[in-house]
Design a protein around this ligand. Structure first.
Ligand SMILES: *Cc1c(COP(=O)(O)O)cnc(C)c1O
Length: 383
């Protein structure tokens, strides 16, 4: 763990987001907190601890390593669902620990049945069906033999969920594609009903779908980005806010990222700053060097573009983002000192650096930039 910078998670903001999300869903709808990608860069262990304290008891992850981290924190106190990869080697641990997992391959189901018999313990599965995203999920024509197999092995497999995922609910250009996925999912569910083989729950919605297509909320919603206080896209925010009397963003950013001034220097007019010639001082300048770079997840895209906050001033990144350092222009700040706080994401008085500005104003990149924030940065929960 280094101490070049620190990430703070704001519990009050999280509670605020949870309250808004719960209000948006049916009382009976389970909220599963999606914490893959190191909880979208927030730090999975710290984030899950905070979420649990705030009453969340269902977590969705991508793989077994993430499930293990949560299981160690809260053994059998929460429900953990793996939406992605489970190796054959790890499947035994998964079944023994009551970890729920997606099944989208017949092979995996057969292995699960075999292991469940050996361990004398039921495997708890969520059947993922293909509705048009064309990624993972069983095809319609595979369903009949699948249902037969599941019925036959009822003592070894618990059919907990039927699920699917939408191909871009955050953008109106995908409206018809998503609509047709919703219809197909309804038909598949109806087919399971006719076969007298109902799942315990049905789920399909991510953040965007839950907002744009409320009919997708069903028995459970899998909420990632919005619980962290960010909208899946500007479109989803716009479509929400236009329906509201009070034009206030109901979400609050949970993360902030802080560093400090490591060194200060004066630079003469017409000198270049940093590697190469991407930045030339137009006049005499004062610069601050911050011990954060692309190896910590501060994107190179922010070379000559990023902004940080120091002493309630917005300061430009000058020159390229280095592996471990950035240089910022502090010419405007009279008494800047070494060790002074630097906000990379977050608030200082009435100034703010958003995650979106951090990702060149394209919210699409929120996800990617957040998950790139290095795991080695310490995380702290601010209550
Ligand atoms: C990541 C993911 C989600 C959550 O998506 P958000 O847009 O962050 O809410 C839901 N379902 C699946 C299958 C996912 O992979």
């Amino acid at each position: 763990m280094h101490d070049n910078s620190i990430i703070e998670l704001n519990q009050e903001a999280y509670l605020h987001n949870l309250a808004f999300l719960k209000k948006s869903f049916n009382k009976k709808t389970i909220l599963s907190s999606v914490v893959k990608g190191n909880a979208y860069g927030h730090g999975i262990e710290e984030f899950v601890s905070m979420a649990y304290k705030c009453g969340v008891t269902h977590f969705s992850v991508f793989d077994v390593a993430e499930a293990q981290l949560i299981q160690q924190l809260f053994p059998r106190q929460v429900t953990i669902m793996i939406m992605g990869f489970v190796s054959n080697k790890a499947l035994e641990w998964v079944i023994l620990n009551d970890i729920e997992f997606y099944v989208f391959e017949k092979k995996r189901l057969e292995t699960a049945i075999k292991l469940s018999k050996k361990l004398k313990k039921k495997a708890i599965i969520h059947l993922e069906v293909e509705t048009g995203m064309n990624r993972t999920g069983f095809e319609q024509k595979e369903l009949n033999p699948l249902i037969d197999l599941l019925k036959k092995e009822e003592n070894h497999i618990e059919f907990k969920g039927l699920c699917t995922h939408y191909a871009g609910a955050e953008s109106m250009e995908n409206f018809f594609r998503v609509k047709s996925q919703i219809e197909r999912f309804e038909k598949i569910y109806a087919y399971f009903c006719i076969k007298n083989f109902k799942p315990k729950i049905r789920h399909s919605a991510c953040s965007a779908a839950s907002m744009m297509f409320p009919e997708t909320q069903m028995d459970m919603v899998r909420i990632g980005i919005m619980q962290y206080g960010l909208w899946p896209s500007p479109e989803v925010f716009a479509s929400f806010i236009t329906t509201q009397k009070k034009k206030i963003d109901p979400l609050k950013r949970v993360i902030s990222w802080k560093s400090q001034v490591m060194s200060l220097k004066k630079v003469k007019a017409f000198e270049f700053i940093g590697y190469g010639t991407s930045y030339m001082a137009k006049e005499n300048m004062k610069i601050a060097i911050i011990p954060i770079g692309y190896s910590h997840g501060y994107s190179r895209m922010l070379s000559n573009k990023g902004r940080v906050l120091i002493s309630q001033h917005r300061c430009m990144v000058v020159g390229t983002v280095n592996m471990n350092m950035i240089v910022v222009d502090v010419s405007e700040i009279p008494n800047v000192r070494i060790g002074e706080e630097v906000i990379l994401i977050g608030r200082q008085e009435n100034l703010d650096v958003t995650v979106a500005s951090f990702s060149e104003n394209s919210n699409q990149l929120n996800y990617e930039l957040l998950t790139r924030i290095s795991k080695s940065i310490p995380r702290k929960i601010k209550i």
